[in-house]
Design a protein around this ligand. Structure first.
Ligand code: GLU
Length: 283
């Protein structure tokens, strides 16, 4: 399963890339074939991105000596475990729209992506990858452009209505830059609530070094995270949980060693393996 990380801070932490990469590294144990990130650079008012096939260290080699160039806020990062499209740099996440305005990372499988892609191509959208994920970026673009207030969460809400399949999503936009919008359906997403900073990830392991205060997003929920606060659309009462184990135990959760953890997690693992590949209604 892919790894997702997002980070946004109040005063634009200059080490956002470092924080993001550290969090991403804590998801490495899940396995992956490529990695990438994208973040908003206030100085150029653009979103900058880098991707690499292979380990996170390959991505780090690519940006060696140019970390300053990536003083960004917010930032989204991803480790990919290819399901749709081969293992190439073009297929690595984050993916973007035609205008390089919308950027997103995705965990899951969009089953109707071929249908949506054909429709979007007819409307003039140009695709550069073989992934199902890129379709989501163009869909968000379509609704963002059609939306008078140019509001990212509004566009994400419209886009996900058309998706069939599974997703954990973290989305940013150059033209609505002070937020990360996250959404999920059958793919885990957790928001870490820190002091003047928020982290979002597909797994609490990525978050625990920063904060123990977490909010688990439920299926069909969309959350908007800004440097000051976060909200879950349509929800007044938000339930916060506290992770009460030590950082060094985080990978093992509540188990004394990895072997027993893996055995006990078999039901969840089976669910993850089947997810998006077994369509109950269609048999
Ligand atoms: N379907 C997406 C891709 O192939 C995400 C992969 C996954 O979640 O495993 O890039």
């Amino acid at each position: 399963m892919c790894g997702i990380v997002g980070y946004i801070s109040k005063n634009g932490n200059p080490d956002s890339l470092k924080v993001g990469l550290e969090a991403l590294r804590r998801l490495e144990y899940r396995g992956y074939d490529s990695a990438g990130f994208a973040g908003y650079d206030e100085r150029t008012k653009k979103i900058v991105s880098q991707k690499a096939v292979g380990k996170i260290v390959k991505l780090e080699e690519k940006i060696k000596g140019s970390h300053e160039q990536f003083s960004v806020n917010p930032i989204i990062l991803h480790t990919r475990w290819a399901t749709t499209g081969t293992v190439t740099e073009a297929n690595a996440h984050p993916h973007h729209d035609c205008r390089e305005n919308i950027w997103l990372v995705h965990n899951g499988i969009i089953e109707n992506y071929q249908y949506l892609k054909a429709r979007l191509e007819k409307e003039g959208h140009k695709f550069y990858s073989e992934t199902d994920t890129e379709v989501i970026a163009h869909l968000v673009e379509k609704f963002f452009e059609g939306n008078k207030r140019k509001n990212l969460e509004g566009a994400v809400v419209e886009a996900i209505k058309l998706l069939k399949g599974t997703y954990g999503l973290a989305v940013i936009a150059r033209d609505d830059p002070e937020k990360i919008v996250v959404a999920r359906l059958s793919s885990p997403l957790v928001i870490g609530v820190g002091e003047n900073e928020f982290l979002v990830a597909s797994d609490y392991n990525a978050i625990i070094a920063h904060t123990r205060k977490v909010v688990y997003l439920n299926d069909n929920e969309v959350a908007v995270i800004t440097p000051d606060k976060f909200s879950i659309l349509g929800t007044e009462e938000i339930k916060t949980d506290f992770l009460d184990w030590q950082l060094e135990d985080a990978d093992k959760g509540k188990y004394p060693h990895f072997m027993i953890k893996e055995i006990m997690e078999e039901p969840e693992t089976m669910e993850n393996v089947i997810r998006g590949r077994l369509v109950m209604e269609e048999g």
